[in-house]
Design a protein around this ligand. Structure first.
Ligand SMILES: Nc1ncnc2c1ncn2[C@@H]1O[C@H](COP(=O)(O)OP(=O)(O)OP(=O)(O)O)[C@@H](O)[C@H]1O
Ligand SMILES: [Mg+2]
Length: 274
């Protein structure tokens, strides 16, 4: 990882609903609150991160669609595809549902289209931001390979109570291997984040033990995210982030703790590079 530039991380799991968007939005927000310059890239046509961080969707004139469309005549500057959010230091590159229609055109141009996102954003965003988090869809599609070809690291949220989300991790790790061999050899598997945990439940404990056995304890963040109805409330009420809605809540505390562990990892990596 190059310490002179910002770090790009893909937040991915092949399995749906594991907390990719909650992690992308909440971790981006707390890093920004701590003074880092952060960009959240919404790489999912479901556009959940976009809805979380941009309340009035009508302001979006340019977005991920325009950057990925292989046949686009509209060629906006990248800066015109990036929007501020309520948290100073946190910007978003939004997405729209129409982007799902680009999956086939992009897949046909395979393998060159794997580099579309990297070619469009890498130089600018790694110069301008400290951290760039890419919220991925629950697929192993061309959108996810675009994110992995662009990224320095991959972080994988898994649901504490779901054995299936362990299978989703396997899918991402296999795709990572092919991306490493295909042209992004420095891509790193950062860690797994255990989400929606209820430590009283034996199924959750068994699943965590299983994850530790399969991937190694050092590949799992010590910080975990508890089940909290605040995340669903924010989504339903169209509020923005856990830090603006309920800064003292257990969800906020958990993401603050995660941010300490996350930043420590990158600060250590920078020091090791001298
Ligand atoms: N720790 C948590 N406690 C309670 N609810 C949560 C928690 N994390 C996520 N959720 C809720 O679970 C649902 C799925 O979370 P999220 O959208 O972050 O998952 P995802 O992996 O991005 O889903 P998808 O695969 O569809 O993109 C959402 O309704 C979200 O509000
Ligand atoms: Mg999502």
């Amino acid at each position: 990882m190059n310490k002179q530039r910002g770090f790009i991380g893909a937040i991915s799991n092949y399995k749906g609903g594991t907390g990719k968007t909650v992690t992308s939005v909440s971790l981006s927000a707390i890093l920004a609150i701590k003074g880092k310059k952060v960009l959240l890239v919404d790489n999912d046509p479901q556009s959940d991160s976009t809805r979380a961080l941009i309340q009035d969707q009508s302001v979006i004139e340019n977005c991920m669609y325009d950057l990925l469309d292989p046949d686009s005549e509209k060629k906006p500057n990248l800066q015109d595809c990036i929007y501020p959010t309520i948290h100073s230091n946190l910007d978003i590159l939004p997405n729209i549902s129409e982007t799902s229609g680009l999956e086939i055109p992009l897949s046909i141009k395979f393998p060159e289209s794997n580099y579309t996102l990297r070619n469009q954003i890498y130089d600018y965003v790694t110069n301008y931001y400290d951290y760039i988090l890419i919220d991925c869809p629950p697929t192993l599609s061309v959108f996810v390979s675009n994110a992995l070809y662009c990224a320095d690291f991959v972080m994988i949220p898994m649901m504490a109570g779901s054995g299936n989300s362990l299978e989703g991790i396997k899918g991402v790790l296999e795709l990572m291997e092919s991306v490493k061999q295909g042209g992004n050899p420095n891509l790193k598997f950062l860690k797994i984040l255990i989400n929606k945990i209820d430590k009283r439940k034996s199924a959750h404990k068994a699943n965590m033990a299983n994850a530790e056995r399969r991937f190694g304890k050092e590949k799992i963040f010590t910080s975990t995210i508890p089940t909290s109805s605040d995340f669903e409330t924010i989504e339903a009420m169209r509020k923005t982030t856990i830090f603006s809605y309920s800064p003292g809540s257990k969800g906020s505390v958990a993401f603050r703790k995660l941010s300490v562990e996350f930043l420590k990892f990158f600060e250590t990596a920078k020091k090791a590079e001298g």
